[in-house]
Write a protein that binds this ligand. Structure first.
Ligand code: KDG
Length: 336
């Protein structure tokens, strides 16, 4: 639902009836599935959302969070929402491209240049249009939270340029665009659910993975990876998804509380994610024992050129109009 429509709907509702506070609010418990660990900044967002529920429902609503893929991986949990057997999941957009190919636009390499740019696109018209695409799937996107800029870890060698990635068995999210991106770099890209990554690294089934610093730290990948390279090759958003079938059983007032509290959670989660990113990198380079490499401009340009064909190759799947809308929105924002 577009934010503008939502505000007018709420205003109309408020103008017509003067219900006593919490009149429409029933006691409820919403379970929310997460692939990340409870130490991840998503937990700070969940806590802020719960505080908002406490205020807005007089303590009648409880958010019951599950961590580290306890309720299944991102796609499995999302399917549970669609069948109405689970209320919420906080998931990367990438594993959902099989449900909505347009979400693949967020996986295009080096798309966003900064957190600020990502926020502007996700919280603006483009993000709202992508959220609308979830509704026919039986999903309501309450807000975009931050997974973040992704960086490469591996157990084989320092990565100083594209050649060093060649031949590495790199785990990627289950998504053809990520697969192609790393295959274009000569890697042996291996799609895998997030919950399987630690064990696959520990047993040597794969050599490498890529995630934001806070995820590398909170999932303790530093225990099974020796080398860390700053690539910032993609920015992944989280969607805070709610079950469409369960959504239909709630009142308009309850809908508004869910949107408002997910946005309060968003602001806290993004802030903590950014505050912790630098701390996480410092930890990984010191106590985490990882050898850190920052790519030089030449090496980074070489990688950007190697992965550039991914845009054209996947435009048809994502939707040429979607890619065009994204690029136009980015250009408009950059020219502000
Ligand atoms: O809860 C989100 C995680 O399951 C996952 O999406 C995190 O970036 C991630 C990955 O690499 O799968």
């Amino acid at each position: 639902m577009k934010p503008v429509l939502r505000i007018s709907l709420t205003a109309a509702l408020a103008a017509t009836v003067a219900l006593p506070a919490f009149a429409d609010i029933q006691s409820r418990t919403f379970s929310v599935s997460n692939g990340v660990a409870e130490t991840h900044p998503v937990a700070d967002g969940v806590a802020a959302m719960q505080e908002c529920f406490d205020e807005r429902t007089d303590g009648q609503w409880t958010l019951n969070a599950f961590w580290s893929s306890a309720l299944g991986d991102d796609l499995e949990a999302t399917q549970s929402l669609r069948s109405g057997t689970l209320e919420m999941v906080i998931t990367s957009t990438s594993p959902l491209v099989g449900l909505e190919p347009a979400l693949g636009v967020f996986d295009l390499p080096f798309l966003f240049g900064s957190n600020e740019e990502a926020d502007a696109i996700l919280d603006g018209e483009f993000g709202a249009a992508m959220s609308e695409r979830m509704e026919p799937l039986g999903l309501v996107n309450l807000a975009y939270w931050e997974n973040g800029f992704r960086n490469l870890t591996n157990s084989a060698r320092p990565v100083d340029d594209a050649e060093d990635i060649s031949g590495m068995r790199v785990r990627v999210m289950q998504n053809q665009i990520f697969l192609d991106t790393f295959q274009n770099l000569g890697a042996n890209a291996m799609p895998m659910a997030f919950g399987e990554v630690f064990t696959a690294l520990e047993t040597g089934a794969i050599d490498a993975q890529e995630n934001p610093y806070v995820t590398i730290r909170t999932s303790q990948f530093y225990d099974v990876q020796s080398y860390l390279t700053e690539t910032r090759h993609a920015y992944t958003p989280f969607m805070v998804l709610f079950s469409g079938p369960i959504w239909q059983t709630l009142s308009e007032e309850e809908h508004e509380i869910l949107f408002a509290c997910a946005e309060e959670g968003r602001d806290v989660q993004r802030q903590v994610s950014r505050e912790r990113s630098d701390e996480a990198l410092e930890y990984l380079r010191t106590d985490g024992g990882m050898q850190f490499t920052e790519l030089g401009e030449e090496a980074l340009e070489e990688i950007r050129l190697a992965v550039a064909p991914v845009y054209e190759r996947h435009a048809a799947t994502i939707g040429p109009d979607v890619v065009e809308q994204m690029m136009s929105a980015l250009e408009a924002h950059r020219n502000q």
